[in-house]
Design a protein around this ligand. Structure first.
Ligand SMILES: O=C(O)CCC(=O)C(=O)O
Ligand SMILES: [Fe+2]
Length: 249
């Protein structure tokens, strides 16, 4: 197991649960909300890294960008995800070693990083209200008795203020008053939140929305999830993913 020590200096609390720590001295790190803790990092990815990630997932005439699918637990069938209407692509870690190194540095070297996901929204596409937490004995992607202890979003392009596509955290409060947070996508900007505590309790306060993008704009976002425990089921290993392109970022 490779989880971080339960450091008190960098953890936050929800009914006394401890959360994964973040590297407080990471350049340009800013805490934008406390309890639950949410951080931003301007210029986490460079212009060129953002462009190259978009180019990588768009390679081969865009065949890697596919509708988001989800398994219908009642029928067992895999269907289009009505909650998440964007297109998405996955990138194996071996294609983006520089990005992975930045994430390791930011997340205090927690190594259980899920296959990277890139979403592209156009024309009213959205990600409806949800939390990123997964926990319990059998969870997605071959992780067991585990949970997503951190999410890192990184915006790969700019969206104008009136263009939609904001990431909104509607349930946040400040001194008991509602204080929802709206983040406008800005190229290279990263946002970090902690969907599940280290004792595997989902923090419902981190519920969030990717609001619909207007038909004039496009939004690209990279999402990275950090898990508590090692992947147990190697059928989900990213080693089986083909390279999307030969540009190693
Ligand atoms: O597109 C967004 O703003 C949010 C994306 C998101 O919630 C996710 O990838 O889990
Ligand atoms: Fe999410």
């Amino acid at each position: 197991m490779a989880c971080a020590p339960l450091s008190s200096s960098s953890s936050s609390s929800s009914s006394s649960s401890l959360f994964h720590s973040i590297n407080e001295s990471y350049p340009k790190l800013e805490k934008i909300h406390s309890s639950p803790d949410i951080y931003s990092i301007q210029d986490f990815l460079s212009e060129s890294e953002c462009e190259r990630i978009i180019r990588k997932v768009s390679s081969n005439d865009g065949i890697n960008m596919r509708p988001c699918l989800i398994k219908n637990e009642a029928t067992g069938k895999v269907e289009p995800d009505v909650t998440r209407t964007s297109l998405n692509a996955n990138i194996a870690r071996r294609e983006v070693p520089t990005i992975i190194q930045k994430i390791l540095n930011l997340m205090n070297n927690e190594k259980q990083i899920e296959i990277l996901q890139v979403l592209r929204y156009r024309n009213g596409q959205e990600f409806k209200s949800h939390t990123d937490g997964f926990n319990g004995p059998t969870t997605a992607c071959g992780f067991y008795q585990s949970g997503r202890i951190a999410t890192i979003f990184c915006y790969l392009n700019n969206v104008t203020d009136s263009g939609g596509g904001k990431t909104t955290f509607p349930l946040l409060t400040d001194d008991g008053r509602s204080s929802s947070l709206d983040i406008t996508p800005k190229r290279g900007l990263a946002v970090v939140h902690f969907p599940t505590s280290l004792d595997l309790k989902e923090d419902q306060r981190t519920e969030h929305i990717g609001t619909p993008v207007t038909d004039m704009e496009e939004k690209w976002i990279l999402t990275v999830w950090v898990w508590k425990n090692q992947r147990a089921d190697m059928r989900y290993s990213e080693d089986i993913l083909p390279f999307l392109s030969d540009d190693i970022i």
